[in-house]
Design a protein around this ligand. Structure first.
Ligand SMILES: NC(=O)N[C@@H](CC(=O)O)C(=O)O
Length: 425
């Protein structure tokens, strides 16, 4: 195993120092280190962060390998500075059995670019009718701890209650896609002034807020852990603030796109901006940013949702919802939060690793710690070219935008997955 000596790097925004990586761990830190056998990387001006952790990634394998595979998504993740991702269950077949989650987990190990932690479905086939084999998935080699029907809401309150109760036995989490389906039938975009102007059926904020309100009360009632996927409205933030003040065991995520983009984008009718939940208003964006800084929203999660060209480059009404996220998330966070490195590390690495229980991830580089880390050039600016992305899909909403920050290197257990801004494999 090659040793690496990273010179003059700012660890999470601190004073420049050196990091010696050897045998998979950070062996030594401090100014003026030497190691004759090590490959030296000059990291002057770069910031080292604990490897980013994504709690919400769609890898599309099995079933839609034309849109993404575990390997292509893992490469996109590594290039985005990630060392671990949680793979959503809405594959084909659905990840609702021990067999499928083990397959995804094994594919992740084989790709070896990030740790892929499968999420299991809550209900069989995401159909919302009966519970999947949660215990068997938890006991499998994939050791599933997070369950989600993401893409669909667990709308039946009795099923949601049973799911919360079931996972309590192994301190599992139900991650809810909060969308009351009766309130979003035929919905195409955020319900508001822009949808009225465009004549598109609206997805009202209350469809999200009503489910979050119900589920925080259910989680409180049964004393279980609840996670809310892709929070998108100011009203949801208010409900979460209330729940956290009551001590409910709830965590929440926001996506980069909901922190940056608004429903005004729909006026272009470009389906790249169609996403679930939809892009909201500028006041929602402001509330989400404030909640993230304050901690009412715990983490940034990408909801990386690759889609094949034929599913995306069509009429708005027929296009699948979802956008890419892994390769641009850190840049958007930097744009939105500024160089608040400790906050970025907290929201994109330490807290998501803690929520998902991913040992060895989300830990700042220090002697003895597994070398899962990423090096960022905060001064770099880059133009996003969809064709240059490692994802198999092209549906980025940031095409040709100039974004701050560049991932220079990523290390997974001491082995580089990205060097000089390029994937090693
Ligand atoms: N977030 C999205 O817009 N899309 C997700 C699923 C979903 O939440 O609809 C996908 O799997 O494509």
């Amino acid at each position: 195993m090659t040793a690496y000596l990273i010179k003059n790097v700012s660890v999470v925004g601190g004073e420049p120092t050196d990091l010696l990586i050897r045998d998979g761990v950070v062996a030594e830190t401090g100014a003026g280190l030497t190691a004759p056998d090590a490959t030296v990387l000059d990291a002057t001006g770069l910031v080292a962060l604990p490897g980013l952790v994504d709690l919400h990634t769609h890898l599309r394998e099995p079933g839609r390998e034309d849109a993404e595979t575990v390997e292509s998504g893992s490469r996109a993740a590594a290039l985005g500075g990630y060392t671990a991702v949680c793979a959503m269950a809405n594959t084909s077949p659905v990840a609702d059995t021990a067999g499928v989650v083990e397959q995804v987990w094994r594919l992740g190990r084989e790709a070896g670019l990030v740790d892929v932690q499968p999420i299991g479905a809550v209900t069989v086939g995401l159909a919302g009718e009966r519970l999947a084999e949660l215990g068997a998935m938890a006991d499998s080699a994939a050791r599933v701890r997070i369950f989600s029907d993401d893409g669909h809401c667990v709308a039946d309150p009795m099923l949601m209650r049973r799911a919360l109760e079931y996972v309590k036995a192994f301190d599992g989490i139900i991650a809810q896609h909060a969308e009351e389906p009766r309130l979003t039938e035929g919905a195409q975009m955020h319900e508001g002034e822009v949808s009225t102007r465009l004549g598109l059926t609206g997805w009202p904020a209350v469809a999200e807020e009503a489910i979050i309100a119900r589920d925080v009360l259910l989680a409180e009632h049964v004393g279980s852990r609840l996670h809310i996927c892709h929070v998108s409205t100011a009203g949801s933030v208010a409900v979460l603030r209330h729940a956290k003040a009551r001590g409910v065991r709830v965590t929440a995520e926001v996506t980069p796109h909901h922190l940056l983009l608004t429903d005004e984008r729909a006026t272009t009718y470009d389906p790249v901006y169609k996403v679930n939940p939809p892009l909201r208003t500028a006041s929602d964006v402001a509330a989400l940013r404030a909640a993230l800084a304050e901690g009412v929203i715990d983490i940034v999660a990408t909801d990386h949702a690759p889609h094949a060209v034929e599913d995306k480059e069509c009429e708005w009404a027929y296009a699948r919802p979802g956008m890419l996220g892994l390769e641009t998330a850190l840049s958007i966070a930097l744009d939105v939060l500024g160089p608040r490195w400790d906050l970025i590390a907290e929201r994109m690495s330490r807290t998501p690793a803690r929520i998902a229980g991913l040992d060895g991830h989300g830990v700042d580089p220090a002697p003895g710690v597994p070398a899962n880390l990423t090096l960022v050039d905060p001064a770099a600016r880059r133009v996003i070219e969809p064709a240059e992305l490692a994802s198999r899909s092209r549906n980025t909403p940031y095409a040709r935008m100039t974004l701050p920050g560049r991932i220079v290197a990523t290390f997974l257990r001491g082995e580089p997955t990205v060097l000089d801004g390029k994937a090693v494999r």
